[in-house]
Write a protein that binds this ligand. Structure first.
Ligand code: ATP
Length: 563
């Protein structure tokens, strides 16, 4: 029966594993060799494989070839189906399938009718469509690796329900693929960054901006000692890659109408051509500052070729770009944080290649926040490949476990785990007014941290005050400038035009300041040697009970107290 599905998988020793992202627009497959993950190209050479299936004369096409069939035979081409998996027909949004095979209601579940054999049509459930597509991914990976792929880790959105997870696992199992684990999209992206040899696994707050084709997901994650806790998520279907395509389509349609008195959006074939070329132009504008939009016989037999520069494109897509900004800012706020709390922004998903989006985030976050995107960092990993790579790394880590053990022991993201709300630290400083954090807020428990605290050079008794710490944002308004005195104190504005620098002078300075909160414990370490050091250990148990130990380094004894 169903429970046996995962037991039917291969023995751990004989698994061949890959990582998969199965997106609504594109999918990717990756494998790990010598602890390095690589994305695999399909037979057509694509690493971002459009999640599309198409049938022509009884032959099945997938990926880029199938996507091209959206122009010639949209009714036999199934696109944007991933989001329907595990959903009732009445809860789906079929908007994106408008120019492809339409989803149908089969007893409440979603299906598509296509002519998949030379003479006959079939009604395929979305589960069957997903299985067929996944079979193609597995076969592309098997061919590339020269051995049959048996098992995979697949990434899923954080909003995926239990029903959607089950439906995905079933579709994969039906394609002969054992699913080792489903991991959250943003966690896969962070894993790919943390697996780099030069990566330091430090405590950090990471915002993952996953900007795809039909949806955008922003997740705020606390990474504490290699453990990931999701603090907030935001999902959006109104600001994503297709909305940038739509903006460009409208722009080019209007340009076309200026020349020829006909709207290319008024017939389905012209519309499909317009859409494919608008997307290609958009991608070209991520790389170059100019791009050519060129379509043969766009409408009424007229060819159309026109160029666009990046500045124009950024004006055309302004509303969508602003939407991305709001989405990211909203997610940070939802996590109860300020942009100053964020150490890193990891940008993933195809739309994250867009320079304007990365540059806007560069402007929103302070300079200390790393913005990991091609436009803002030379060491950024390709945003389209991050998640498949993370999944492949995770697959290689867990492939040796028995299927039954994987579920309990290897969750990379523990969303329900308890974590401390405030930082815990000690009070230091000559005036006893400086907070030295020992354990940052959002650390998942149980946890244990040790620090050495500054002590007076001459030794003696040391009082250790363990407190909770909070942060607040200190806003410093700029000094009002004497009316006509310019230049001298504003050297770093040299590139800006005059009226820009006026605006910059108005800008206020925002800093994160620690605030000493409630006292948790006080301990006295007596008779510390001259030049001796005091070490404080904080241990927070799973039930959030705190144990504090303070002792002189190298000396016997010490003080220990339970709170
Ligand atoms: P979703 O599930 O949200 O539909 P996905 O995860 O399946 O998306 P992705 O490959 O992450 O798909 O994103 C696809 C989007 O990224 C498309 O809108 C595509 O046009 C866009 N995209 C891909 N490459 C680039 C690029 N170089 N510049 C700008 N946009 C790009």
């Amino acid at each position: 029966m169903a429970e046996n599905a995962s037991n039917a998988g291969p023995e751990p020793g004989s698994r061949v594993t890959i990582g998969i992202t199965f997106g609504n627009s594109n999918s990717s497959i990756a494998y790990t060799t010598d602890s390095k993950a690589e994305v695999i190209a399909d037979e057509a050479g694509d690493r971002q494989i459009p999640t599309v299936l198409s049938y022509n004369d009884g032959d099945e096409y997938y990926g880029g070839q199938a996507k091209a069939f959206l122009v010639r035979q949209p009714k036999n081409t199934i696109a944007y189906f991933r989001d329907f998996l595990g959903q009732d027909f009445k809860s789906i949004d079929p908007t994106h399938c408008h120019a492809a095979a339409h989803p149908e209601d089969t007893s409440g579940t979603v299906s598509f009718s296509v002519k998949d054999k030379e003479e006959e049509s079939s009604t395929l459930s979305v589960s069957e469509v997903s299985t067929r597509f996944m079979r193609r991914l597995v076969s592309a990976a098997s061919e590339y690796l020269g051995k049959k792929v048996t098992s995979a880790v697949i990434t899923v959105p954080t909003s995926y329900t239990e029903k959607q997870r089950e439906a995905l696992i079933k579709a994969a199992n039906d394609a002969g693929l054992e699913i080792l684990q489903l991991i959250a999209d943003p966690v896969a992206a962070i894993l790919a960054y943390d697996a780099r040899p030069e990566a330091e696994i430090s405590d950090k707050i990471v915002v993952v901006a996953d900007l795809g084709g039909t949806r955008s997901d922003v997740t705020v994650v606390a990474s504490r000692g290699g453990m990931y806790t999701i603090l907030a998520t935001a999902h959006d279907f109104d600001f994503a890659g297709v909305h940038l395509d739509n903006a460009l389509m409208e722009h080019f349609a209007k340009e076309f109408m200026k020349k020829h008195n006909t709207d290319p959006r008024s017939n389905p074939k012209s519309l499909a051509k317009l859409r494919l070329e608008a997307e290609a132009t958009k991608k070209a504008l991520s790389l170059g500052s100019n791009a050519q939009f060129s379509v043969e016989s766009l409408a009424d037999g007229y060819d159309f070729s026109v160029s666009i520069n990046r500045i124009r494109y950024e004006m055309v897509g302004r509303k969508v770009f602003e939407g991305f900004n709001r989405l990211v800012e909203g997610a940070v706020k939802k996590a109860g944080l300020d942009v100053l709390d964020v150490d890193e922004v990891v940008m993933c998903g195809g739309t994250s290649h867009t320079p304007r989006i990365a540059n806007n985030l560069r402007g929103i976050f302070p300079e200390t926040t790393a913005i990991q995107a091609p436009a803002t960092s030379t060491t950024a990993i390709n945003p389209s490949e991050l998640q498949a790579r993370g999944a492949a790394l995770q697959a290689s880590l867990i492939q040796e476990y028995e299927a039954a053990d994987i579920e309990q022991s290897t969750h990379p993201a523990v969303t329900t785990v308890k974590h401390i709300a405030n930082a815990v630290g000690v009070v230091t400083g000559e005036n006893g007014d400086v907070f030295l954090p020992i354990m940052p807020a959002e650390t998942a428990v149980p946890a244990r941290r040790t620090v050495q605290i500054p002590t007076p050079a001459e030794g003696g008794d040391v009082l250790v005050r363990v407190v909770e710490g909070g942060t607040h944002i200190k806003v410093t308004k700029p000094e009002p400038k004497p009316a006509k005195e310019e230049s001298a104190d504003k050297e770093d504005d040299e590139d800006d035009s005059d009226f820009d620098s006026d605006e910059e002078e108005e800008e206020e300075k925002r800093e994160k300041i620690w605030k000493i909160g409630g006292e948790l414990a006080e301990a006295a370490v007596r008779g510390v040697k001259k030049g001796g050091k005091v070490e404080v250990t904080i241990n927070v148990a799973a039930d959030l009970g705190v144990t504090v130990t303070a002792r002189e380094v190298g000396a016997k004894g010490g003080v220990r107290g339970q709170i």
